[in-house]
Design a binder for this molecule. Structure first.
Ligand SMILES: Cc1ncc(COP(=O)(O)O)c(C=O)c1O
Length: 405
């Protein structure tokens, strides 16, 4: 077997299962999970209908193998969306590809980008990642034969990763940098000045930037989050050199089960990524392409979805803020709360006494240079309906108040 497989860490939800293995939650309460970040709002009817129509049309969308490049109509829909959302002109023929959700693409892009034979002999290439981070970044780096280098997010600067702390020698060995904006779990949006810093570092050292933007449409400020390619264009970099953005329908359109998104950016990387994907076998089903074209072409359901999250966060955050150090994030659908102590004990006791599941922050981060930036924090995914999230918030408030006595 591939020895690199043994480097993979247990997924946070596996660790959570183990944490809860010997606990019987209080039967007086119905279970509520704020653990998994899985969208639960209803899938818009227009997307379902487009999928049904594609199955039923003749010849059916299930006849024939789909092309990895995707149908022209789908790529046009990506390009039209980029123009509407970011005022960017992106070439649908050379600068975009469909992906089966951003998870697989984050993984596959890493395999395409990393060159184990480049750099100093005996030293693995580095993949720079925020900390805490989406777990795929680490697994993708390890399986590509690279080594992750974690950069802690700083609560004092709206959870911005402390890029200035990264030594020059690390940037020199880096082949890939993951950026997650809006961030999971912090919800932080990266400002233009930070993009400028990272793009300049990429110019200097030649690493690729993978910009994970799957939460870009769920935001709480007036301004929509700045996209990576939007930032590059503002800085006069219209070729998007060494930059790939990953965008997904999962959260935007409540279709995590459809597995659909797209990558856009540097045409040279897109070309090689297409080559990789052709062999890997990551072509999107024609039926999913039809439903995705409909989803990217409609904005009304996205506005409605965002408004549901805004109402929910406006009601739930103040209840939790009475007892925890937590604030409305820039974007995303998580609250990243400071519990003022041991987050593992907090998670266990909350589950045992109130049947509410949250995720210990330390499970989403790694200890690097003596510090795990997820320690003392929990992540709460507000994906269920508002009433259920509010009920969870009231239970958490009771729990913290009683625990303090
Ligand atoms: C930061 C981040 N990136 C990527 C993904 C993957 O999403 P999908 O594969 O559904 O696009 C997730 C899913 O939760 C995520 O939190």
């Amino acid at each position: 077997m591939n020895p690199l497989l043994s480097l993979l860490q247990p997924y946070p939800f596996e660790r959570l299962r183990q944490l809860f293995a010997d606990i019987t939650p209080n039967p007086a309460y119905t279970p509520i999970s704020l653990g998994l970040g899985e969208p639960k709002h209803a899938t818009p009817a227009l997307i379902q209908q487009a999928m049904v129509d594609a199955v039923n049309r003749s010849p059916s969308g299930l006849c024939g193998y789909p092309a990895t490049l995707g149908e022209p109509a789908l790529r046009q829909a990506f390009a039209a969306w980029m123009l509407r959302r970011y005022a960017l002109t992106v070439n649908p023929a050379t600068q975009m590809l469909p992906i089966l959700g951003s998870r697989e693409a984050l993984f596959a892009l890493t395999q395409s980008v990393i060159n184990r034979d480049a750099g100093v002999a005996g030293q693995k290439p580095l993949v720079v990642s925020p900390n805490p981070f989406y777990q795929i970044y680490e697994g993708a780096a390890l399986l590509a034969g690279a080594e992750p280098y974690f950069v802690a997010s700083d609560p004092a600067r709206n959870f911005a990763p402390d890029w200035d702390s990264v030594p020059e020698a690390v940037w020199a060995r880096a082949q890939l940098l993951f950026v997650c904006s809006p961030g999971n779990p912090t919800g932080a949006v990266m400002p233009l000045a930070e993009w400028q810093k990272l793009l300049e570092l990429s110019d200097q050292h030649g690493f690729v930037i993978a910009s994970d933007e799957c939460y870009s449409e769920i935001y709480f400020r007036d301004e929509p989050p700045l996209g990576g390619m939007e930032a590059a264009a503002k800085l006069g970099r219209s070729d998007f050199k060494n930059l790939i953005s990953l965008t997904s329908l999962s959260k935007r359109s409540n279709v995590p089960g459809m597995r659909s998104g797209f990558v856009a950016g540097d045409a040279a990387i897109i070309q090689q990524f297409l080559r990789y994907r052709t062999y890997h076998g990551s072509a999107m089903s024609g039926v999913v392409q039809a439903a995705s074209t409909a989803a990217w072409s409609d904005e009304a359901h996205v506005v409605e979805n965002r408004s549901l999250y805004r109402t929910k966060f406006a009601q739930v955050t103040p209840v939790l803020a009475e007892v925890l150090n937590v604030a409305l994030p820039d974007a995303g659908f998580y609250l990243w709360a400071d519990v003022g102590g041991d987050e593992i004990a907090f998670t266990q006791e909350l589950y045992a006494n109130y049947n509410v599941t949250v995720l210990p922050g330390s499970y989403l981060a790694r200890e690097a240079r003596g510090h795990n930036p997820g320690k003392g924090r929990i992540r709460m995914a507000l994906v269920a309906e508002t009433a259920e999230c509010l009920e969870a918030a009231h239970r958490i408030r009771d729990f913290v108040q009683r625990r303090a006595v």
